[in-house]
Write a protein that binds this ligand. Structure first.
Ligand SMILES: *[C@@H]1O[C@H](CO)[C@@H](O)[C@H](O)[C@H]1NC(C)=O
Ligand SMILES: *[C@@H]1O[C@H](CO)[C@@H](O)[C@H](O)[C@H]1NC(C)=O
Ligand SMILES: *[C@@H]1O[C@H](CO)[C@@H](O)[C@H](O)[C@H]1NC(C)=O
Length: 506
């Protein structure tokens, strides 16, 4: 701050400044490095180039799981990860999750899931870390400015496929362990790893494996932590919920074939008109879902929860610019976030069989399938939602007295997940974030559906937390995927501090 003042004032200011600087230097020399965590942070800072180099080696392995033809690379990545865990003294099992028949009939062996455990001390709490080492597809010609599988540093950002999703965070966990070991500091918690190579195609086999190992691998686990999402700003976030999803197909069928509107239009009950009426009955212009009873099970907003929204750093103008819209339904930050995270939403996605390609077609489709989905929040139950939606749409349809037939299917039902923010691992993470970043985290949820957290919690009944270290602009799945060097390195410190804080709460 610059202020006008007389000479005397400036003089005093100088003395004061000198004193402040002296005090600061004194504090630095007396304080650093005294505590164990500071020694760890120093080690992590000093070795950051080595950590970046390891990430470069990992990114270089094209472990794209989108096609079984590339499972060899995924397998190689699983092996490299297993080897790294062994080098930290871990006992590694490559758990077989079987094989899968591909659309062409070929049967392929699936890459195994890593189940690993570091040497254990029964007096310490046990933390199970989840991660994945497969990636989304990436080709230079998709629009990458750098080679997708060559980690490239530009202005403090490390660009490359998998840098943020999820190789960077997985390595940050491993390097946090390595820091303790290198400094011969006792790890404050027991650590287990569950690391897969099929996350990007839906974590095939993981749920079954979790159930199968519930009484063995998971039996002594106290906490499960996942670091596979991002912050919502440049401020650290801590994620305590995800929305679920119910996906619906609404099929209206009429005659045997599509007909010409000139020849037949006028005396037919047209399937498309019925479908449009059905879809139009679902949600109003303000985003309110019109299906009776749908809000009955939505958890009421508590004062404690409302407070969590107040401090969140989220710039509405910037957000609107980013997504290219001029106005949102709500104009308060809190309302916008709540409608992404803690209230259900209904979106209409498309109509199959709609002759929607360009050109002035004059066809009357005889069979159309409308697709919509409803994001689920606590305490909605997909079984109840399916019944409510089905009954309501049949009622609307009956009023039209149409000759067509209506069929409603719900092929996807993923439940929402929400954790208790006062659970010890959340308290530990908040403290660790404060230590490393000097701020309280934004307590955030994900509006989208990440089944893994709910699945782990549902099967094991353990405490589950999502602890992201990646920035809001990391571009996971895009041609600009990156992790910043700072997030990667400070994230490693965060994990090291988290181990420490978790043990303090015991
Ligand atoms: C992975 O490791 C297994 C067992 O160590 C080995 O049989 C296999 O050939 C390795 N695969 C790749 C792709 O490296
Ligand atoms: C529905 O259509 C049938 C003939 O198909 C007719 O008898 C009936 O009155 C109609 N109902 C209503 C409510 O319009
Ligand atoms: C898994 O084990 C926990 C105890 O650790 C238990 O509470 C839970 O019900 C078990 N889950 C299943 C699916 O058996």
């Amino acid at each position: 701050m610059r202020r006008a003042g007389n000479r005397k004032g400036v003089c005093n200011m100088k003395i004061l400044l000198t004193l402040i600087i002296c005090a600061a230097v004194l504090q630095m020399t007396t304080q650093a490095p005294t505590s164990d965590t500071e020694l760890l942070f120093n080690y992590i800072d000093k070795n950051q180039d080595m950590f970046v180099q390891t990430l470069k080696e990992w990114v270089a392995i094209e472990s794209d799981s989108s096609s079984s033809a590339l499972f060899g690379k995924v397998m190689q990545m699983v092996n490299v990860t297993a080897e790294k865990i062994r080098s930290l003294g871990g006992d590694v099992e490559l758990a077989d999750i079987g094989s899968q028949q591909m659309p062409d009939g070929e049967i392929v062996q699936l890459p195994p899931v890593i189940l690993a455990e570091l040497p254990k001390d029964s007096n310490k709490p046990t933390l199970c870390i989840y991660g994945h080492v497969d990636v989304q597809p990436a080709k230079k010609e998709d629009g990458w400015l750098t080679e997708p599988y060559v980690l490239t540093e530009i202005n403090g950002n490390l660009y490359g496929r998998g840098a943020t999703d999820n190789k960077g965070p997985v390595l940050a966990w491993l390097h946090a362990v390595e820091a303790y070991q290198a400094l011969k500091q006792d790890l404050p918690v027991n650590i287990k790893f569950i690391i897969e190579g099929l996350e990007e195609i839906g974590s095939y086999g993981l749920d079954a494996l979790t159930k199968q190992r519930n009484d063995t691998f998971f039996a002594d686990v106290d906490y499960i932590v996942i670091s596979d999402n991002i912050w919502i700003s440049n401020k650290p976030g801590l994620t305590y919920g995800t929305r679920g999803d119910c996906y619906f197909y609404v099929k209206v069928s009429g005659g045997k074939q599509a007909l010409h509107s000139g020849a037949h239009g006028g005396s037919l009950f047209e399937p498309m008109a019925d479908l449009i009426a059905l879809l139009d009955s679902l949600v109003d212009a303000k985003g309110q879902i019109l299906v009776p009873g749908i809000y009955d099970d939505v958890a009421p907003l508590t004062e404690e929860e409302r407070k969590l929204y107040e401090n969140i750093q989220f710039d509405l103008e910037e957000y609107k610019n980013n997504i290219g819209v001029t106005r949102l339904i709500y104009d308060k930050k809190e309302d916008v976030l709540m409608h992404y995270w803690r209230y259900p939403s209904l979106s209409i996605h498309g109509i199959q069989g709609a002759y929607a390609d360009p050109g002035s077609k004059t066809v009357i489709p005889n069979k159309v399938i409308g697709k919509f989905s409803m994001r689920q929040v606590p305490n909605m139950d997909p079984v109840v939602v399916e019944k409510q939606v089905t009954e309501y749409l049949h009622e609307i349809f009956a009023k039209r007295n149409s000759s067509n037939t209506l069929k409603i299917l719900m092929p996807i039902a993923a439940k929402p997940w929400v954790a208790n923010v006062n659970d010890p691992q959340y308290v530990a993470a908040r403290r660790a974030i404060k230590t490393v970043f000097g701020v309280e985290p934004d307590m955030i949820r994900e509006g989208s559906t990440i089944p893994i957290a709910w699945n782990f919690q549902d099967v094991t009944k353990k405490s589950v937390m999502m602890l992201p270290i990646c920035g809001a602009d990391d571009g996971e799945h895009s041609e600009k995927e990156k992790i910043s060097r700072s997030n990667y390195i400070e994230g490693t410190k965060l994990f090291a501090a988290f181990f420490y804080e978790l043990a303090q709460l015991r």
